[in-house]
Ligand binder design. Structure first.
Ligand code: ZN
Length: 206
């Protein structure tokens, strides 16, 4: 079992870490023991603490609401052409194995009265990505959040990601990726709109 009494170095985090020991630390210690490691090696001494901290960091989306980001990020416009934010980096943890999946997301919408500040679009993605996820739900949640926030004529979201739980175990070819999409409004109903989105996104791919 890990029992670290030394004071921690404060890390950027929403939690107060110095006063209390995170219960996850003890659990990670148990996992290590059960794997056959008994935390005696130097390299493992602080591992429970580090794992607890990184897990909190990678799931901090649970403590965040997209509404809080959106409050100050909506702008009135008369623009009604497609807005596309491409190549938003996505890093998340699959809820089935707690292993990372990562890739890119492309978001498009056709505003009716409002747009979202560009940098905030990426923050919305982060809030949902920093929860335990499956790629399909992550894609859907981003689309629904944008739809509700600005009620555009439609929203399209595409996510292309690689899953370590498949790659490391050889379940799939190592470089194959999973593509998910969520199409709402005109992106669902109008093939031309959808095609415009897809071609603008795929032209960009390297
Ligand atoms: Zn998985």
């Amino acid at each position: 079992m890990a029992s670290q009494k030394t004071p921690e170095h404060p890390l950027p985090s929403d939690r107060e870490e110095s006063s209390q020991r995170d219960p996850i630390e003890g659990l990670v210690g148990q996992i290590l023991s059960n794997l056959g490691e008994f935390n005696h090696r130097d390299g493992l001494r602080d591992t429970p603490k580090r794992v607890a901290r990184v897990l909190r960091e990678l799931t901090k989306g649970y403590g965040q609401e997209p509404e809080d980001v959106l409050k100050s990020a909506l702008f009135d416009v008369s623009y009604d052409e497609m807005v596309i934010v491409k190549d938003i980096e996505v890093f998340s943890l699959c809820e089935h194995h707690l292993l990372p999946f990562y890739g890119r997301m492309h978001i498009a919408y056709i505003p009716q009265a409002k747009v979202i500040g560009l940098s905030k679009t990426a923050r919305i993605v982060d809030i949902f990505a920093r929860r335990l996820q499956i790629q399909e739900r992550l894609t859907q949640q981003v689309a629904e959040t944008i739809q509700q926030a600005i009620e555009p004529a439609g929203v399209g979201v595409i996510c292309e990601a690689q899953h370590l739980c498949m790659m490391m175990r050889g379940v799939e070819k190592q470089h194959s990726s999973t593509i998910t999409s969520a199409m709402m409004g005109v992106f669902r109903d109008n093939p031309k709109t959808r095609e415009e989105f897809l071609s603008l996104v795929s032209n960009h791919r390297r």
